[in-house]
Ligand binder design. Structure first.
Ligand code: UD1
Length: 420
């Protein structure tokens, strides 16, 4: 096991390049199960989550070849319909092989993903959508077994208590592209990663209208063909670097900065006194004078992303005044509060809100990473804090940030890995 050791408290400078989007790569790689023809996917980030998805594709019978960010996927034999517990339980994103396996093979047995530290994370919406397409579902021994004689298009409302679901939309769309007739998904997730999946499916021959909107209309086709497709860049990685630049008052150029996908963040930052400027591909951050506290609620896209909530809280922790941060998507996603408080922050939780009383500066401390985005918040807090911060359990970071410590070192950060 390794830890990250950071000497913080000074500004960074230079250029940092944002990698391919993890949350677009996962369903797009799962979509490769919908065809027997060769596929090439580019801009795939090298992360533990994408490598788990590639392992899962191999375990299902695909041949996968990886060169840098290019993944080639071939079918050389039978495709297996069982997605094993060992792989699905380590990463929730693997559950989205259910839709494509069922659509292509007419049966799928996929382990339930289970909960995680940020909340219970049910899959009822996935199952509701798949059932509406005419599949027979059984849940037994921790697996979902879905079978069908042939899926049929349906009119499906996919909104839940916490709004739309990203991976349920992906799963149902991927099942519906090969179903007979028309499917309409109402309250579909509008995240750019779902739009990217839609573009990839269209490039494979799927008929889909309404991409990026809450109403997606799919006309089933008999089969999909191979594809050569380039994944979008990771808006959450870009947003994390934007927040890092604001917090450390750094002059950083964020290449592939995903500006158009980060309006909720840039708008809130503008109110806080942080100017985010884009010239198309590159993003720069300018802070004039002191920052103002701003309260934030997370919502499904285009609202403020829950995946940037922890990092935004780190910024508000060093912004004098009071801000209230509410997570409407994952009301329990607040484990980072205790760790930020170890660094001197003054944050308390009340129900699904956290009340942040900003202080002038954080102080380095030993802290524990609890989940992917909380880990990113601790890294940017550590880079802004005076003194030494040690972050334990950094394996979470490798799930979602490609070469984070190398990228930060290139910006002049004093950051190193050490054995525990
Ligand atoms: C995806 C992202 C994750 C992000 C999340 C919300 C991937 C691989 N992961 O996760 O990084 O934090 O979107 O933007 O893309 N829900 C239900 N029933 C369901 C499914 C979800 O009630 O069947 C609830 C969840 O508990 C949560 C909300 O809906 O409160 C949104 O979750 P969802 O969009 O499904 O998250 P994921 O797709 O798992």
């Amino acid at each position: 096991m390794e830890k990250l050791v950071i000497e913080g408290g000074f500004p960074l400078k230079g250029e940092v390049k944002v990698s391919g989007s993890k949350n677009a790569a996962l369903p797009i790689l799962a979509a490769m199960l919908l065809t027997d023809e060769p596929c090439v996917i580019r801009n795939v980030p090298k992360l533990r989550d994408t490598s788990t998805m590639l392992k899962l594709l191999r375990s299902l019978g695909k041949t996968v070849d990886v060169i840098d960010d290019k993944v080639t996927i071939l079918t050389k034999g039978e495709i297996n319909y069982i997605a094993d517990y060992k792989l699905v339980s380590t990463m929730r994103g693997s559950f989205c092989v259910l839709g494509p396996l069922l659509g292509k093979l007419k049966k799928a047995k996929v382990s339930l993903p289970g909960g995680c530290v940020i909340g219970v994370r049910p899959v009822d919406l996935h199952l509701k959508g798949i059932k509406a397409l005419g599949a027979k579902l059984e849940v037994d021994g921790g697996y979902v077994l879905a079978t069908t004689k042939g899926l049929k298009g349906a009119h499906i409302y996919l909104g839940g208590v916490f709004g739309s679901s990203v991976l349920a939309t992906a799963n149902v769309m991927m099942a519906a592209v090969l179903a007979e007739g028309e499917t309409i998904i109402e309250s579909a997730a509008c995240e750019p990663e779902i739009e990217d999946l839609t573009n990839c499916l269209i490039a494979m021959g799927a008929k889909i209208e309404g991409k990026g909107t809450p109403r997606i209309r799919i006309t089933g086709v008999k089969s999909l063909h191979g594809v050569s497709y380039e994944i979008i860049h990771d808006r959450i990685e870009a947003g994390t670097y934007i927040l890092l630049a604001a917090m450390t008052r750094s002059n950083i150029t964020i290449v592939n900065g995903c500006y158009q996908h980060l309006m909720a963040l840039t708008d809130v930052l503008e109110q806080a006194g942080v100017n985010v400027i884009s010239d198309g591909n590159n993003v720069k951050v300018k802070v004039k004078g002191g920052l103002q506290p701003v309260s934030v609620n997370t919502y499904p896209y285009p609202g403020f992303p829950t995946d940037l909530q922890a990092q935004f809280m780190a910024l508000m922790a060093v912004t004098p005044g009071v801000s209230i941060i509410t997570d409407k998507v994952y009301p329990d996603r607040f484990i980072h509060i205790a760790e930020l408080n170890r660094m001197g922050a003054n944050i308390r939780r009340e129900g699904m809100c956290s009340i942040v009383q900003g202080i002038p500066v954080l102080k380095g401390a030993p802290v524990m990473a609890s989940d992917l985005r909380a880990s990113a918040a601790l890294v940017i807090a550590g880079l802004a804090a005076k003194g030494k911060t040690e972050i334990h359990r950094i394996y979470h970071l490798e799930r979602g940030y490609e070469n984070l410590d190398q990228k930060l070192s290139m910006l002049g950060a004093k950051i190193r890995r050490e054995k525990e």
